[in-house]
Design a protein around this ligand. Structure first.
Ligand code: PA5
Length: 487
């Protein structure tokens, strides 16, 4: 059950042992936001400011409804019961394990980050190892999200192309980086496999537009759709994420079930029952009223490390915008990892300017825990650790960090997840996607576009002499180019 208590929960009891967790029968995701308030954190959000929140939320819900009625929020439909095409997708990926050792995703931004996040969260790292014994019949998954030639060279050098499936993911179907990767791969496939190269390519793209779609139609390439009304950073629950993840054995039905369950909660008009609305309102108030312009996401969980990177893109690309009145808005999302960053960024969070909120993620149950043995009992610096477990230490340190931040007047909240499984991760994804849409309405911007990246793209095309960019070439030529000031 989800609700948004303002109480701080007691310590959870860690257990030892190595039994894998069973999938949860129900989803438990709660946000504890007590430390966002002045009562617990001096100078944080006042009760008076919070009393305006339901009114702001009602306005955000009205904007949301208009967007929904205009069919702009297709990411919600991705989690509908009986999504069309899901059985087909399942049937297709079932055969992949036997035929391919490696899957290589070519994609960037929203076409890569969800896959990276979910692979880390839902597949044990050892499943991706080169050691075949450990893969349990599933292919390894690699995501080539950047065009640094070193990474591409190393991967292509290592895989056996005859046992590799390349999944080209691009909503627009024409992103320069992904297309460059595709061209390189295509040539290698043709050289190695001749006509059989088609069996090693899958496209995932817009149903009606773009170069990739046109190629697919011309050549009969196996292609799955990203619905027209789903943008890149909201596409992880479309085939862009479902296809590769299903192929490596992630339970995508549970992922969608978790997301679906969360929709009901995030549709509530009652802010006190709506976790996405609460998250968005708190972050927006902290940004616009307290000057907390930096929003940190800090899971105390290695499997969720990459999840922060997915959220960073969602929050940054959706909310960093120029409003219709010409003012620039947008919080800066920052990824962090507990406890690792306690020995890195946390010094800044504690003593640096009060311009941040921290969102901790606590995972209540881990698949295993490890007891810390009672050794060296005469050594004060070691003896107190013995008899506890690593999970206990993780929890204790998270609570200590949140309390210490509060004492320094730095607001934080904690998302408590029962466990990291497909259902909970699906729920978390949907909650943060809804929160992004609500935050967009609060900031008064369109969270679904990304006009700020277009100019850089135009100048790239201009330098590469793309034929349809004559105007951009003129603009590029006329641009003042300062002499380098080298030291
Ligand atoms: O969220 C977005 O829309 C972007 O980050 C895109 O995902 C990214 O630019 C890649 O675009 P495409 O999927 O069209 O190749």
């Amino acid at each position: 059950m989800i609700d948004t208590p303002r109480s701080i929960p007691d310590a959870t009891h860690a257990t030892t042992g190595a039994a894998p967790l069973t999938p949860s029968s129900s989803m438990s995701i709660e946000i504890d936001y007590a430390y966002m308030f002045d009562g617990a954190t001096r100078g944080a959000i006042s009760d008076e400011a919070w009393s305006t929140a339901p009114r702001h939320f009602a306005n955000a819900r009205a904007v949301f409804r208009r967007q929904r009625e205009s069919d702009l929020l297709g990411f919600i439909d991705l989690a509908a019961e009986n999504v069309p095409g899901l059985n087909l997708l399942h049937r297709f990926v079932e055969g992949i394990g036997g035929g391919f050792d490696d899957l290589v995703v070519l994609g960037i931004g929203g076409s890569a980050l969800g896959n990276i996040a979910l692979r880390s969260a839902l597949r044990s790292p050892r499943w991706n190892e080169w050691d075949d014994q450990r893969r349990a019949g599933k292919p390894r998954m690699h995501v080539l999200e950047n065009i640094d030639p070193t990474s591409m060279y190393e991967l292509l050098d290592r895989i056996n192309i005859e046992r590799t499936l390349f999944i080209v993911i691009s909503k627009s179907g024409g992103t320069a980086e992904t297309m460059a990767q595709y061209l390189i791969v295509r040539e290698r496939l043709e050289n190695a496999l001749g006509d059989r190269h088609h069996n090693h390519l899958v496209f995932i793209t817009d149903p009606g537009k773009g170069a990739l779609r046109a190629l697919a139609l011309a050549e009969g390439t196996v292609t799955f759709d990203i619905p027209a009304n789903v943008g890149g950073r909201f596409s992880v629950l479309s085939p862009a994420g479902l296809f590769p993840l299903a192929a490596i054995g992630v339970d995508i039905r549970a992922l969608l079930a978790g997301a679906r369950e969360m929709i009901t909660r995030c549709e509530s008009d009652d802010l006190s029952k709506n976790p996405a609305g609460t998250f968005a309102l708190l972050q927006w108030l902290a940004d616009t009223q307290l000057g907390c312009h930096n929003h940190i996401m800090m899971p105390y969980s290695d499997p969720l490390r990459e999840f922060s990177a997915w959220w960073v893109q969602l929050w940054a690309e959706s909310l960093g915008k120029v409003r219709p009145d010409g003012t620039s808005v947008g919080p800066t999302p920052i990824p962090a990892l507990g406890v690792t960053d306690q020995h890195s960024q946390v010094q800044l969070f504690m003593e640096g300017p009060r311009d941040k909120t921290v969102t901790f993620i606590n995972v209540k149950k881990t698949p295993v825990d490890i007891a810390i043995p009672k050794l060296h009992e005469a050594v004060t610096e070691l003896a107190y650790l013995g008899g506890h477990t690593l999970k206990e230490l993780l929890d204790v340190e998270r609570r200590a960090t949140a309390a210490a931040l509060a004492q320094r007047g730095k607001p934080s909240m904690t998302i408590h997840l029962d466990q990291v499984d497909a259902q909970h991760v699906g729920g978390l994804i949907m909650m943060l996607e809804y929160a992004t849409i609500y935050a967009g309405a609060l900031y008064g911007i369109d969270p679904l576009d990304q006009p700020g990246v277009e100019l850089g793209k135009k100048f790239t095309y201009a330098q590469l002499n793309r034929p349809d960019t004559e105007a951009a070439r003129g603009e590029w030529a006329a641009l003042a180019k300062p002499e380098p000031r080298l030291v």
